[in-house]
Design a protein around this ligand. Structure first.
Ligand SMILES: [Zn+2]
Length: 198
């Protein structure tokens, strides 16, 4: 089907989103054209603002619109504990249960020997630098219960333990392969309460 260039381009843009095929992209593009001008303006503005105004916290790597992020700047947080997660969505999941009051470190990936992703390919070096001059006494590894999540947790434990830092891992409340981001609040709460030392 040959469409006028502007809609063909819009279909092409929607097609770039994950899980959106050409058929859905076409439906979304036509739907967008039928939307009120101000709604479309707002949509476009939000897309650009999200991209422009967000960056990663220079301390913990969390997605933020201020640097350092609000959590790193918060003096009421427990500065002795750092919880390590794969990405910023896991931070939101943890914050939602309002039970964890320490700090975070976002890896932006996991060590994956199968895919040739090593410790230097994720945001891990900054954690080691961060731990060097801090009073952190416990690091909780909250990576998902997948092979890569395990490889990452083993590596972190091996590096940090000789430095005298207690390394714990979320309890097995989460099913193997389960995603922290989608775990229900009670499961997540139990997993953190029953964490085990590595
Ligand atoms: Zn931060």
């Amino acid at each position: 089907m040959l469409y006028p260039t502007p809609i063909a381009k819009l279909i092409e843009s929607y097609s770039k989103l994950p899980g959106i095929g050409v058929k859905t992209a076409t439906r979304l593009a036509f739907y967008t054209i039928g939307m009120e001008d101000e709604v479309v303006n707002e949509f476009a503005k939000n897309l650009l603002a999200a991209k422009r105004e967000l960056s990663y916290c220079s301390i913990c790597g969390n997605l933020t619109d201020q640097d350092p992020c609000a959590i790193c700047q918060d003096d009421t947080r427990d500065k002795f504990t750092i919880l390590i997660v794969e990405d910023s969505r896991d931070v939101s999941a943890m914050e939602n249960i309002q039970e964890y009051h320490g700090l975070y470190h976002v890896l932006h990936g996991l060590i994956s020997p199968m895919n040739g992703i090593g410790p230097d390919d994720i945001n891990l070096k900054s954690l080691l630098t961060r731990l060097m001059d801090s009073e952190v006494s416990e690091v909780i590894v909250a990576t998902n219960a997948t092979a890569d999540g395990e490889a990452t947790s083993m590596y972190i434990s091996r590096v940090l333990k000789p430095a005298g830092i207690k390394v714990t891992r979320l309890a097995r409340g989460l099913a193997v392969g389960a995603d922290i981001e989608y775990a229900d609040e009670l499961t997540l709460l139990r997993a953190i309460e029953n964490r085990t030392e590595l």
